[in-house]
Design a binder for this molecule. Structure first.
Ligand SMILES: O=C(O)COP(=O)(O)O
Ligand SMILES: [Mg+2]
Length: 224
């Protein structure tokens, strides 16, 4: 376990399940896709749990098929998702004030997600974060994705941040692995999708139950 950086410079976040509650739209797109192909849709709770594992895992909730068969379904599923990405998707409760507090205390914040860039970029544009994030690294920005540390290190490099003075915050074991191997202080969050796992067992430096606890941990002054 590491101790909190002495002079924190920035916080990098996972996207789905950490900053954004995107599961309702990912599920709605699956329902739309299932209706097109005449298959029964999977329940919301089943889909929500696997969101951080990506679209193949989401399709697997409705189709018990090989990876190849699921791969063929992906383009149409993602097309439907792209068309309804922000119908219900919103920041989790407490995220907006946290991002405001980071900025007003002079800390940069950025995003490292496994989502493909064409979806990430549109999504954060629609949410209104494009000009605020110091770096945005997607699942296809590099040949490797989380749990590999490379995307996290690239985000630090692009934003001019020292990894040892940054935090990485995520709702999945892959996030903690990526953050730890990149040498950042790793934060597992309990408000996300968790992939059926126990965040206390992932080797994170800390586990938080609510975004406000990150502001408390960093002793951020909250604007009046
Ligand atoms: O879409 C995915 O593959 C998962 O996205 P995340 O890394 O932001 O949780
Ligand atoms: Mg996630």
């Amino acid at each position: 376990m590491k101790s909190l950086p002495q002079s924190p410079q920035g916080v990098l976040f996972d996207l789905d399940g950490t900053l954004l509650d995107s599961a309702p739209d990912l599920h709605a797109a699956l329902v739309a896709y299932c209706s097109e192909v005449g298959a029964p849709p999977a329940p919301y709770t089943k889909v929500r749990e696997v969101v951080s594992r990506g679209s193949r895992a989401i399709l697997r909730c409705a189709f018990d098929e090989s990876d190849e068969a699921l791969f063929e379904r992906m383009p149409r599923y993602l097309e439907l998702y792209h068309s309804m990405m922000t119908r219900h998707t919103r920041p989790f409760e407490g995220i907006d004030p946290l991002l405001d507090a980071l900025e007003s205390n002079g800390l940069a914040w950025g995003i490292v997600t496994n989502k493909p860039a064409y979806l990430t970029d549109d999504l954060i544009h629609q949410i209104g974060w494009s000009k605020r994030a110091c770096a945005v690294i997607s699942g296809d920005t590099l040949p490797v994705r989380k749990p590999d540390p490379a995307p996290v290190l690239l985000a630090c490099e692009r934003a001019g941040l020292d990894p040892a003075q940054c935090l990485f915050v995520g709702d999945d074991r892959r996030d903690v692995q990526a953050g730890n191997s990149a040498g950042l202080y790793s934060v597992a969050v309990h408000w996300g999708y968790l992939d059926g796992g126990d965040p206390y067992a992932w080797g994170a430096d800390v586990v938080l139950e609510h975004p406000r606890q990150l502001a408390e941990l960093l002793k951020l002054k909250v604007p009046a």
